[in-house]
Design a protein around this ligand. Sequence first.
Ligand SMILES: Cc1cc2nc3c(=O)[nH]c(=O)nc-3n(C[C@H](O)[C@H](O)[C@H](O)COP(=O)(O)OP(=O)(O)OC[C@H]3O[C@@H](n4cnc5c(N)ncnc54)[C@H](O)[C@@H]3O)c2cc1C
Length: 380
Amino acid sequence: MIGSACAWFLASCAGFDGSVLVVERDPSLETASTTRSGSSIRQQYTTGINIRISQFAAEHIHNFRDQTGGDADAPEIAIRSFGYLFLATEAGAPTLREAAALQRSLGVPTRLLDPAALGAAFPAINTDGVALASHNARDEGYFDGDGMHPWWRKQAKKRGVEFATDEVIAIDRDGDRVVAVRLRSGDRIATGAVVNAAGPRASGVAAMAGLSIPVEPRKRFCWIFDAATPPEGPFPLLIDPSGVYVYPRGGAYHTGCAPEDDRAVAPDDLAMDPEIFMEKVWPTLAARVPAFEALKVRAEWAGHYAYNTLDQNAVIGPHPELRNFLLVNGFSGHGLQQAPAMGRGISELIAYGEYRTLDMSVLGCQRILSGQPFLEKAVI
Ligand SMILES: Cc1cc2nc3c(=O)[nH]c(=O)nc-3n(C[C@H](O)[C@H](O)[C@H](O)COP(=O)(O)OP(=O)(O)OC[C@H]3O[C@@H](n4cnc5c(N)ncnc54)[C@H](O)[C@@H]3O)c2cc1C
């Protein structure tokens, strides 16, 4: 998703007249985060920059055809705006209040709901233990991310971008510049700039350039299930205080969670935890939404977050020690929706050496070197 976004936005950037090569080790995208994603977008973040990034994502999605070259056969990408519903206990309520105030100041119509209002708005949800909830139904919900990245690639190809099936295995430096990447096929490609869009494998690619970044693959589990009796009334993307989430997807429901022991795993380890659904997820779902007492799992899979251990936020921009090596990594579970802003931002940094639209400098690499987190508190 991120590599394709960078390719499209660079190819369509007025100030860029170079050539672009995208190197992908596995074009089936079988193990990529992108194809294992929940593919949802939200505006409810706790930092202004993440809200603005999502606002641009929504604008790009709503105007996908026009923003990707205007071809009549462009896919129509819609946002199914059922809204995210964050539930907080007493301890979490102040964070929710603070976040809602920030979101509203930026034009997001987030509503805060006390337990009575919550029960009235979403009768299927058990409000036990909930002190406060927040909900926003504008530009929040499922979208077809898998319809977007192939189109970006197709349109980028039309504008001369090349795509190679190969693997970057080494990076050649000369002082503070990258001069070439070496591929498994034996090719050596001379480079003006290199963008690391390697998802959960990003720290391995950074290490090839002698850099250390705090991004690691962490497992997240997903299940698709049918409910014997669908819940009554509207159903949002519900985030339980336990971290288990659930939302309607394609006539069924998608639920997911993190492992109890949340730690770095090997980038090819996608094994499921055989116990977690019965031990944690189902009991949580049934307690929170009694209609989910009777359900049938249809599908399950594990995927990787490219987890930024410093602050669970994206890292975008040139590395201070290697000025033409740009990172666009560490999305920690919200990279699909951030791809349009990231692609545009990378294209501006390469073409102009600065942001021309949305200034995302607060997400730059300097904070990695200084160890200063820029924390996103709403990470699912
Ligand atoms: C279970 C789950 C649910 C999620 N839900 C959401 C959601 O609802 N909304 C949201 O916005 N985000 C969500 N995300 C996060 C989102 O999917 C990711 O942030 C996003 O897909 C990251 O895209 P990417 O291109 O950076 O990484 P990837 O999709 O992993 O792509 C990286 C690519 O780099 C290639 N690569 C790696 N190393 C090399 C190399 N050395 N040479 C060549 N190629 C290489 C890989 O083969 C891979 O195809 C979710 C993630 C998971 C796992």
